[in-house]
Each structure stands twice: as structure tokens, then as C-alpha cells.
Design a protein around this ligand. Structure first.
Ligand code: NAD
Length: 423
């Protein structure tokens, strides 16, 4: 493999100094990971572990890589999305920290998969995925390597969905810990992290005023909830579309208008898909949207907006700003796609703020340690993050934030575990 020989494939190693500064800046907001890194540096729980990571190559991910390296891991890293790499960070990882890095912002699909292959050429014993592409390539094209793998972790909802589907079909061939399922991951990263950074991406891409706009959100899961509350905070009129009755009810009682997408399509100024589903915005929606509508996705894959159908409908497409493509319809309407329909918070902004990635990546580091310690007991299943890891991450984060909480008295502990006392 061409990149493995070089050990890296990044845009420009001369960007390393800039990347190093970005990594240090993010570290200031990642105190939990710093504590773990300190312990890892003295205990080396990952000593000699070959680990391949397929994550968004950002300054926060770099801090995770440095933590795993401090723990003794031998790392290879590739991007989990063609548009999410920070080239300066990738350069710093490769040049300053000697981590084998294969990621270039804007890489085409072929290069994206070549980079995954390059990371796997290092014969990992553990995979760390964001969207399950490493697991998928290993299972489909590199079966002979699977016996070398003791386990893996998965960062995002969509990856967990894919892996559970593999486990249900009996084809998953090594254990995975679903980091996304930790409370200290999805309740904060997906809700507050994606909520804020998605708005950030839309604003950086377009500079539109959100106040007074009709802001349509498809999906009211963890990401949708965070996004809705933040869009409301900007003064937008928020509309939610859902397919799950409970989530739809929750959105309605949280004060948002809830309707079908075919109705919202006619009304919306800005549309954001956060469902993990496909073709949520489709041809019949594009046909009724207003001139000037803005369409973005912050779900994992770029299949939530049917770009092929939009392309078929359009009489012309032009780039009108760095992250904005204008699709001209036959009747003269213009629809705007942000960041090629890829995760807008990474395509046009910098992804999640470090303060939430601190918790997500603390879970990643502790789960890697957990897999090493428990490899012989784990089956080929998708596991939740152990409760004690989740609780430890929350405790450390509160401590770092200077927040103290109460503890149960002996009387309260007894009361909460008994049934005899009533009115
Ligand atoms: N941009 C990022 O950085 C980032 C961060 C975290 C998660 N994600 C991704 O965002 C997506 C959502 O994650 P989540 O944690 O909120 O998931 P979730 O499962 O909590 O929520 C998804 C919601 O979408 C709804 N939905 C499914 N199909 C729909 C449709 N056709 N129309 C309307 N609603 C529909 C579901 O009912 C569900 O309520 C996933 O793809 C996840 O991987 C992205």
C-alpha cells in the first residue's frame, strides 16, 4: 500500500506548528482526558497495543491520540469523513507526534477508502470507529485480519446502528463497546456539542440571520433536541419533523411546531437533517421549497438529503460561497446545499467544542483500557459502556468544573432501597 510505506498521507507537514497550537488550545478544555493521560503515562495500560482509529481528525481527536499514545498504544489514524480533517492538526500528529496519519481535508471517495486501508495495513488489535467504516472494511475485505483484533469502540449513533445490525445477523466477529451509548457521551456531545456546532457551521457557511427564520429540523433525537433549543435561542421559528410518536410529542410539548416534512418543505427557510436515515429530504420536498431555501445535514452520512434527485432536478449548479452550492431549478428557484450535504458542523465549522469531546474521548480512552483488561471475557456483541466508566467520567468532569454535589446519607440509602415505609 502506497501510504503505509511513507507512514503518513497528510496535506502539508509544514502546517505542523499551527496544528500543534490548535491541539494545545483544545487541551485547555479537556481536563478529564488530561487526568486520564497522566494516569496512562505512568501505568501504560495499552502497552504494545496496535490501535487503528477512524475519527474526525480534529484538535480534540489529537488529544485523544496523545492520551492513547501515553498509555502505550501504537497508533494509526484515518479520517471518518472526507471533509472533517483539519490539515494542520493532521500535520502535527504526523510530524510532531509521530502518529501514522492518513487524512486530507477534501479527499475524494477513493482516497478516503485508501486511507482506511492504510490504517488497517498496520494490523490493529483494536479499532476505534466513528461510523463503523473500519469494522465494515475489515469484515468485507480483510477477513483474514479479523483474528488479530481483540475488540473495538464506536463513537456515533449511526455506527452503533450498523454494528447492532451486524450483531443481530450474527456476522459481527469481534466485540465492540458502543461509546455513543454512555450518558456522558450522547447527552452532552450529541445534544450540546452538535446542537451548538451545527448552528456554528450554518452561520459560518452562510452568515444568515437566524432570528425570524423558519428553521426545520428533521429528527428529534439527542442531536435534534440540542439543535432545536439552540435555534430557538437565536430567535428562529423552529419546526420539527419526526417518525416516532413519542419524540414528536416531546417536541410539541417542548414548544416546537411539529408537522410532516411535505408541509414543512413549503414553509422552511433553513432545513437541517439529523436523523441517521436516508432521503429524509427528497425530490417531492425540493419541488415545493421556497426560493433561497438553505439545506444542511448534521447526521453522520451524506445520504439524508437526496442529492442525486436534487441534481436531476437542477438546470445548473454553482459554488456561491466556499461551503454553499446553489442548485437552480427549472422554474428559477434556487436551493442551497451546505457542505455537500456532509456533517455541516465539521464541513463548515470545527466540529464539537473541546469541552464535550473531553467526555466522549475520556469514555473512548477508558473503554480501550476496559477492552484490553477484559478481552478474554467479551463475546462478539455490541456492549454498552460499563456504568462505572460513565459515572467516573461525570465525576471527573464535575470536579474539573468546580461543582460539588450532595451524597446520600445512610438513612437515605436505606430508604431508597426499602419498601416498608409509605404515607
Ligand atoms: N454532526 C455530528 O458531529 C454528530 C454528532 C453526534 C451524532 N451525529 C449523528 O446524528 C444522527 C442523529 O443522532 P442522534 O444521536 O440524535 O440519534 P437518535 O437516534 O437519538 O435520533 C434520531 C431521530 O431521528 C428520527 N428519524 C428517523 N428517521 C426519520 C425521518 N425520516 N424523518 C424524521 N425523523 C426521523 C428518529 O425517530 C429519532 O428520533 C446520527 O446519524 C448520528 O450518528 C452527528
Amino acid at each position: 500500500m502506497k501510504f503505509s510505506a511513507k507512514g503518513n498521507d497528510v496535506k502539508d507537514l509544514n502546517l505542523a506548528k499551527e496544528g500543534h497550537d490548535l491541539i494545545e488550545w483544545a487541551a485547555r478544555e479537556m481536563p478529564v482526558l488530561a487526568l486520564i493521560r497522566k494516569r496512562f503515562a505512568s501505568e501504560h495500560p495499552l502497552k504494545g497495543l496496535k490501535l487503528a482509529a477512524c475519527l474526525h481528525v480534529t484538535s480534540e481527536t489529537a488529544n485523544l491520540m496523545l492520551t492513547l499514545k501515553a498509555g502505550g498504544a501504537d497508533l494509526s489514524l484515518c479520517a471518518s469523513n472526507p471533509l472533517s480533517t483539519n490539515d494542520a492538526v493532521a500535520a502535527a500528529l504526523a510530524a510532531t507526534h509521530a502518529i501514522k496519519t492518513y487524512a486530507i481535508r477534501g479527499e475524494d471517495n477513493d482516497t478516503y477508502y485508501e486511507h482506511i486501508e492504510a490504517a488497517l495495513d498496520h494490523h490493529p488489535a483494536m479499532t476505534m470507529d466513528d461510523g463503523a467504516d473500519l469494522v465494515s472494511v475489515l469484515h468485507k475485505q480483510r477477513e483474514s485480519q479479523i483474528k488479530e483484533v481483540i475488540g473495538g469502540t464506536e463513537e456515533t449513533t449511526t455506527g452503533v446502528v450498523r454494528l447492532r445490525a451486524m450483531a443481530a445477523k450474527g456476522v459481527l466477529r469481534y466485540p465492540i463497546v458502543a461509546v455513543n451509548e454512555a450518558d456522558t457521551k450522547h447527552m452532552f456531545d450529541n445534544r450540546y456539542g452538535t446542537g451548538q456546532s451545527t448552528i456554528d457551521g450554518i452561520i459560518r457557511a452562510t452568515n444568515v440571520l437566524l432570528a425570524g427564520k423558519t428553521f426545520v429540523i428533521a429528527g428529534y433525537g439527542w442531536v435534534g433536541r440540542g439543535l432545536a433549543s439552540r435555534a430557538k435561542g437565536h430567535g428562529a421559528d423552529v419546526v420539527v419533523t419526526e417518525v416516532d410518536s413519542v419524540k414528536a410529542l416531546e417536541a410539541a410539548m417542548d414548544g416546537f411546531r411539529v408537522m410532516k416534512m411535505e408541509d414543512a418543505a413549503k414553509d422552511g427557510d433553513i432545513f437541517v437533517t439529523v436523523t441517521g436515515d436516508v432521503n429524509v429530504l427528497d425530490r417531492h420536498h425540493f419541488e415545493t421549497m421556497k426560493d433561497g431555501a438553505i439545506l444542511a445535514n448534521s447526521g453522520h452520512f451524506n445520504s439524508e438529503i437526496n442529492l442525486k434527485a436534487l441534481d436531476d432536478l437542477a438546470t445548473g449548479v454553482r459554488q456561491v460561497r466556499p461551503s454553499v452550492q446553489e442548485y437552480k431549478m427549472a422554474d428559477g428557484r434556487r436551493l442551497h446545499i451546505l457542505g455537500e450535504g456532509r456533517l455541516i458542523n465539521l464541513a463548515a465549522a470545527e466540529g464539537h467544542p473541546a469541552a464535550v469531546m473531553d467526555m466522549s474521548f475520556a469514555n473512548q480512552a477508558l473503554c480501550a483500557e476496559y477492552i484490553v483488561k477484559n478481552a478474554s471475557k467479551l463475546e462478539n456483541k455490541v456492549y454498552d459502556v460499563p456504568d462505572d466508566i460513565d459515572a467516573e467520567v461525570a465525576k471527573l468532569k464535575l470536579h474539573a468544573m468546580g461543582i460539588e454535589i450532595d451524597t446520600l446519607t445512610a438513612e437515605q440509602k436505606h430508604y431508597l432501597t426499602s419498601w416498608e415505609e409509605g404515607t
